[in-house]
Design a protein around this ligand. Structure first.
Ligand SMILES: C[S@@+](CC[C@H](N)C(=O)[O-])C[C@H]1O[C@@H](n2cnc3c(N)ncnc32)[C@H](O)[C@@H]1O
Length: 330
């Protein structure tokens, strides 16, 4: 059973809101993300609720087909463990499967499951584990997800690791990419890349301005002289996101409250990309391994309903900072 915690006090939301963030929507009188579970949240906002407890237990309490998007970064099977503990590589696939079965059940038929999962080295040797690929095969072949697209989070700020192979013996290079498996319940999940357009390249801006002499490319593609400005370029599946700036308000607030920031946050820009691509306003976004609740804060800012689950009481408490709430002493 999840630990039921006290409701929070809402303090000066206005003054704490990061600059440029849209005003928080008016709390829904009923429904919303709230009311879907038969247990009280640790805290809630107008659009969402954070629950402290085991995600497996909380997922089991959610109705079938109630969630539009699950976006999450579970503990990885790391050789060097994080402070919140990690499952070993040999247990990982089985461990993840029990959550994945529930995640698939709670998704709407056009819903998506976006899973950020990092690679890892095998213990004591300079070779990579296959655990995250085994996890992907389990998710599709056993649980029944479809792989809508594999995406990659390129984090240029990642530190070189393991030091033994990269810095000391210099026999491996820096690992700067993590996998983001975009899975879906059916082959045609709701998605709209108009919502995630990026700036045109300087070349494209020039072509839009000056046009192009129609010709056949060496690849055989026919390029016409018609270039229409569609408001931006279609982004690629390589998502370049540093892990510093997007969390700076949270980091600043942690320092103000003398709180240690969560040790394994993802950048807000990562869930933001998928929330925009895969959901509409009012849809429900769930992060079952919420940590500092980056996903919930992103969903709230984008006018989506949200649910967040986190096992560790102190992370639940500290995540209140993202919503202008004061952490209660755990
Ligand atoms: C990689 S962190 C997620 C960080 C998050 N994306 C953020 O930006 O802050 C994984 C989190 O899963 C939590 N966790 C581990 N097992 C869990 C479980 N069974 N139920 C809920 N949360 C769990 C850990 O405490 C940890 O905070």
């Amino acid at each position: 059973m999840p630990n039921i915690t006290r409701r929070s006090t809402l303090v000066s939301r206005k003054s704490r809101r990061p600059p440029g963030q849209v005003p928080l929507p008016v709390p829904a009188a009923s429904g919303g993300a709230l009311g879907l579970l038969d247990v009280a949240p640790a805290y809630e906002t107008g659009l969402g609720a954070m629950h402290q407890g085991d995600a497996l237990d909380l997922l089991r309490r959610l109705p079938d087909g109630s969630v539009n998007l699950v976006v999450t970064s579970p503990p990885y099977a790391l050789h060097f463990k994080k402070e919140y503990g990690n499952v070993t590589k040999s247990e990982y696939v089985e461990w993840l499967q029990s959550f994945a079965v529930q995640i698939r059940r709670v998704l709407t038929d056009d819903g998506s499951f976006v899973l950020n999962i990092g690679g890892s080295y095998n213990a004591g040797v300079p070779t990579r584990s296959l655990y995250h690929f085994k996890a992907l095969i389990m998710l599709c072949d056993v649980v029944g997800f479809h792989l809508a697209q594999e995406c990659f989070w390129y984090n240029p700020a990642k530190l070189p690791s393991p030091a033994e192979w990269v810095n000391v013996r210099r026999i491996r290079v820096k690992d700067s990419v993590e996998y983001v498996w975009w899975l879906s319940k059916t082959p045609t999940p709701k998605a709209n890349n108009h919502n995630v357009l990026v700036e045109y390249s300087p070349d494209m801006v020039r072509l839009l301005k000056n046009g192009y002499r129609a010709k056949k490319r060496p690849s055989g593609h026919n390029i016409t002289n018609k270039f229409v400005d569609r408001g931006g370029a279609i982004p690629s599946n390589l998502l370049e996101r540093g892990n510093n700036e997007s969390n700076s308000d949270y980091i600043r607030l942690c320092a103000e409250h003398e709180i240690q920031p969560h040790p394994a946050r993802f950048p807000a820009a990562l869930p933001e990309f998928f929330v925009k691509l895969l959901t509409d306003k009012g849809d429900l976004v769930l992060d079952p391994f919420a940590g500092s609740n980056t996903s919930g804060a992103v969903a709230e800012g984008l006018g989506r309903r949200w649910l967040a689950f986190e096992l560790e009481q102190r992370y639940v408490e500290n995540s209140r900072l993202r919503f202008g709430l004061v952490p209660l002493k755990a």
